[in-house]
Design a protein around this ligand. Structure first.
Ligand SMILES: [Mg+2]
Length: 403
């Protein structure tokens, strides 16, 4: 423990501001070396080419503070930087208990939204310790480290603000577990892909409208999923099996889906999908995207035609949560370190079983029940909720050859 952690020890806060150029940080500390001071804390930010460098240092021994001040100002002047030196005591105020990470996704992020979010954080008793931009593409993503308030009330307060402002705000408790998340399981229809697969099949069978009505009712939670699945699949009876290949080629990935999966894989995550749709499509997606796990219902095909039945265990709302547990067990990842993403009522058990459940452009009933919601149509924004910045995503892409 250094002397400066004692709150009565005198310390100096040195702030240097100006145009960023190579050698500023080295130059400041070389100037300070002559005064035999210790470094208590350093923070440096560069924004649009301007640098702010703050160093908290111990008081120099032997009454040399005046000389140190003169030396720092003289060096800063020679670098065309401004310097400010404030006397005080001790280290930073200890951060309050109850630490959370608040991630804001704005498209765009306005000054008005930022003001509302910051004042709402303050109103809950929270203090903003740090702010960091994670991304400017495809949305502006900013992370606030907040202390002094428990995560749950902060999440509730900011959920109201998010709805009013039309921005996405995710609140998770800070800590090592956030960086330890190691398995991501996604729903497929209207999450990983933009389509509802049964509707693609229905288009080939000429029963789109009938199927769409049943799907919508099921997603709103008005119908038992298993009954609705059987009713819809029955409408496909007699369809030629060659349609499977056509449907595979019609599936449209959600924007950002490839980036999300590729980045997670490079970071060592395991990635899976669970779907109330069909293995005839999810197996193909597993192959194309290099997924670790995929499970769905299987359309029965006899003599080259769909029979209108599914075979095997039905993947419904409870089944999705069960599969998340199974994948987690197979991956050797505790449930607290899993992330689930989905949009429909049949994803709710899975979202609430995971360590972090993300409602992705979800129905209101799902959005309200999930830990966090993303309402921008880009799947890769989920990376920002995990604290992965756009720069890290792009660096990972640049660092490896594309095949
Ligand atoms: Mg879905």
């Amino acid at each position: 423990m250094s002397a400066a952690q004692n709150s009565v020890v005198p310390t100096l806060l040195v702030k240097v501001f100006g145009k960023d150029r190579p050698g500023i940080t080295a130059g400041l500390f070389e100037t300070l070396t002559a005064y035999r001071v210790d470094v208590v804390d350093i923070e440096q930010v560069v924004i649009r080419g301007r640098m702010v460098l703050c160093a908290l240092i111990t008081q120099p021994p032997g009454g040399q503070e005046g000389d140190l001040r003169a030396a720092v100002h003289s060096w800063a002047g020679s670098m065309k930087m401004e310097a400010e030196i404030l006397s005080g005591t001790g280290d930073n105020r200890p951060r309050g208990s109850g630490r959370s990470i608040v991630t804001v996704l704005g498209n765009p992020l306005t000054a008005e939204s930022t003001a509302s979010i910051a004042s709402r954080i303050t109103a809950t008793g929270g203090n903003i310790d740090r702010i960091f931009r994670l991304a400017k593409y495809p949305v502006t993503a900013v992370e606030f480290a907040v202390s002094g308030v428990e995560t749950a009330p902060l999440r509730t307060a900011l959920a109201t603000e998010a709805a009013a402002l039309g921005v996405d705000i995710a609140v998770v408790s800070a800590g090592l577990h956030r960086r330890a998340q190691r398995l991501v399981v996604m729903d497929v229809d209207s999450t990983l892909i933009q389509d509802e697969v049964i509707e693609l099949f229905a288009a080939h069978a000429g029963c789109e409208e009938k199927v769409a009505e049943v799907t919508a009712a099921a997603m709103r939670g008005e119908l038992d999923f298993e009954q609705s699945l059987h009713a819809r699949v029955a409408l496909l009876e007699g369809l030629d099996a060659s349609v499977v290949e056509k449907v595979r080629s019609e599936v449209r990935l959600t924007p950002g889906a490839r980036t999300l999966v590729r980045t997670l894989k490079r970071l060592g995550y395991q990635v899976g999908v669970v779907s109330g749709g069909f293995t005839q499509v999810t197996d193909d997606l597993r192959e194309r995207l290099g997924l670790d796990f995929a499970q769905a219902n299987t359309l029965e095909i006899v003599d080259g035609r769909l029979t209108g039945r599914v075979i095997g265990e039905v993947v419904d709302r409870a089944g999705k949560a069960r599969l998340l547990r199974r994948f987690a067990a197979e991956a050797g990842v505790p449930l607290a370190q899993t992330v689930a993403i989905g949009d429909g009522a049949n994803d709710l058990d899975m979202l609430n079983t995971a360590g972090l459940g993300v409602a992705f452009n979800a129905k209101p009933v799902v959005r309200e029940a999930a830990h966090t919601a993303v309402n921008v149509p880009f799947l890769d924004t989920v990376l920002y909720l995990l604290g992965i910045s756009r720069e890290e995503v792009e660096a990972a892409d640049g660092g490896l050859a594309e095949h």
